[in-house]
Design a protein around this ligand. Structure first.
Ligand SMILES: NCc1[nH]cc(CCC(=O)O)c1CC(=O)O
Length: 310
């Protein structure tokens, strides 16, 4: 019997860290693992913002091709980078326990604060740019792309006074010393999937391998939350270039989802918060999205689509 699970991943240090983390979780099952690094379009094109590259799945397409042709068993992704719809043959079967979900501010200047007027904030996420403009209209933003190591070297080269990034990636890469502020999720609501690792596979992956992943890698409480968040994203039809946000948490048998969308200039924001029982997590995501769209989110979304296209 074939007792090896081949894990496909991007080749960045963060992605490899995540793949090794998943391999460690699989270890006690008795299965061997093999890590297969795969380069994606998002890794190759560094001089253009993700929003302009255009299509969803810039960090996932090449990896998904290898799931489809059977050369890997599972793919490990930052859940945040996954588009809301997968190819028919593919499915998400597990989510690792969520890391601290917040965005954080990084700077070499320990006294740095986002309230500093005229500060230059490096970020390439449309959601973070919009939140900066919303809460700190005096600040300037500059696009800083590349893997975490590249971005930090750009910070060191003073291309920006500070960066805003997900705590999860910073912590995994050991840059905690540069954190000067943790931004509350009530201000910068995190994007769908931030802080958790998703496992994707072919629906026809063997029963035994699926069972190993579900038993050893999946964190059921995190899964319930991500199902609600992704149902929201699916109804909104947003990829990672749209400044939507969605964060769910669980208390007992209840899931609460706070989600919405913000205009690129930060001036308009639609935010909805609702709770439901775990069984209705997906329904919750859909209901929240419907309400966001009817409360003005649809107009914000179409304005953003027109801007990004041109
Ligand atoms: N968009 C890139 C990306 N994908 C996942 C993470 C961080 C780790 C995570 O959210 O799980 C990051 C970097 C960032 O946005 O700061």
């Amino acid at each position: 019997m074939n007792k090896i699970i081949r894990i496909g991943t991007r080749g960045s240090k963060l992605a490899l860290w995540q793949a090794h983390h998943v391999a460690e979780l699989i270890k006690p099952s008795g299965y061997q693992t093999e890590i297969v690094p795969i380069e994606t379009r998002g890794d190759k094109i560094l001089n253009v913002s993700i929003a302009k590259i255009g299509s969803k799945g810039v960090f996932t397409e090449e990896i998904e091709e290898k799931l489809l042709d059977g050369s890997i068993d599972i793919a490990v992704h930052s859940a945040k980078d996954l588009s809301s719809t997968l190819a028919d043959e593919l499915e998400l079967i597990a989510f690792t326990e969520r890391e601290v979900v917040n965005d954080v501010v990084l700077s070499f200047d320990k006294s740095f604060s986002l309230k500093n007027t005229k500060a230059v904030i490096g970020t390439s996420s449309t959601r973070r740019v919009a939140f900066v403009k919303h809460f700190y209209p005096e600040a300037n933003t500059v696009s800083v792309r590349g893997n975490l190591q590249t971005r930090i070297s750009k910070l060191q080269a003073k291309e920006a006074d500070a960066l805003i990034l997900a705590y999860a990636g910073i912590h995994r890469m050991g840059y905690d010393d540069l954190i000067v502020q943790k931004i509350e999720t009530s201000y910068f609501v995190p994007p769908v999937g931030q802080g958790t690792i998703a496992i994707e596979c072919h629906k026809k992956l063997s029963f035994d391998k699926k069972e190993v992943i579900e038993r050893w890698v999946n964190h059921p409480d995190t899964e319930d939350c991500i199902r609600a968040e992704r149902a929201f994203l699916k109804t909104l039809e947003g990829g990672c270039s749209i400044p939507s946000f969605g964060y769910a948490w669980k208390e007992g048998n209840m899931v609460t989802l706070k989600a919405g969308i913000i205009s690129l200039d930060g001036k308009q924001i639609v935010k909805v918060k609702k709770s439901a029982t775990v069984e209705d997590a997906k329904e919750l995501g859909k209901n929240v999205a419907d309400e966001v769209l009817s409360d003005g989110g649809a107009e914000i979304l179409s304005a953003i689509r027109n801007t990004i296209k041109t």
